[in-house]
Design a protein around this ligand. Structure first.
Ligand code: XMP
Length: 181
């Protein structure tokens, strides 16, 4: 536990074992809801990378996986209010049933913007899954179909979530010390 990274963490909010158990039941829900498989999963980089890798390995269906780079925070701890699509290529989604995965639902702008874009590009259906959802009023009307954990409205890192590009590799969700911000 005595690592330079661990020293920046004030407290562990959700530990690795608890995350693992929750992913088991989320994967079971997804398997149950899409019995015929044939899902196109879209992972929002970079925050949902760790969550998606661990979740999708628990889903026994034939999945196709694409990634999208979007930016809404631009490095700080407050959403900028604007969602930028950073890829030159947008995946082919016409007629597909899509499962969109993100790390955390905060203001809702990211999920809303990406969901709208997927539907504009012709996706037949878009379901959404997030590891975390902050318990707060959303700027956009959007809720996720699959939610790992509801958390208080505080800035968290780890398990894919970052502050200034760091802490994504922590195996748990933690709250940063003020001194690290
Ligand atoms: P919105 O506000 O669009 O936010 O729902 C979604 C994106 O904002 C980032 N985000 C966070 N990143 N700790 C983080 O490391 C947080 O507490 C946090 N809250 C929001 C994240 O990139 C997410 O995809």
């Amino acid at each position: 536990m005595h690592s330079p990274v661990r020293n920046d963490i004030e407290r562990v909010l959700i530990d690795e074992a608890v995350i693992g158990k929750r992913l088991d039941s989320m994967a079971a829900d997804i398997e149950h809801d899409f019995p015929e498989g044939r899902l196109l999963v879209i992972i929002l980089l970079k925050g949902a990378l760790v969550f998606a890798a661990d979740l999708l390995r628990r889903v026994p269906h034939l999945l196709e996986i694409e990634c999208l780079n979007v930016a809404s925070y631009h490095g700080g701890t407050e959403s900028s209010g604007k969602v930028d699509f950073l890829d030159r290529h947008f995946p082919e989604v016409r007629g597909r049933r899509v499962l969109l995965l993100d790390d955390i639902l905060d203001t809702g702008r990211t999920l809303r913007a990406v969901q709208d874009r997927l539907l504009t590009e012709g996706a037949a259906e878009v379901r959404t899954g997030v590891l975390l959802a902050k318990d707060k009023a959303r700027a956009e009307e959007v809720e996720a179909d699959y939610v790992g954990f509801e958390i208080e409205d505080e800035f968290v890192v780890g398990y894919g979530l970052d502050f200034m590009g760091r802490y994504r590799n922590l195996p748990y969700i933690g709250v940063l010390k003020r001194s690290a911000i």
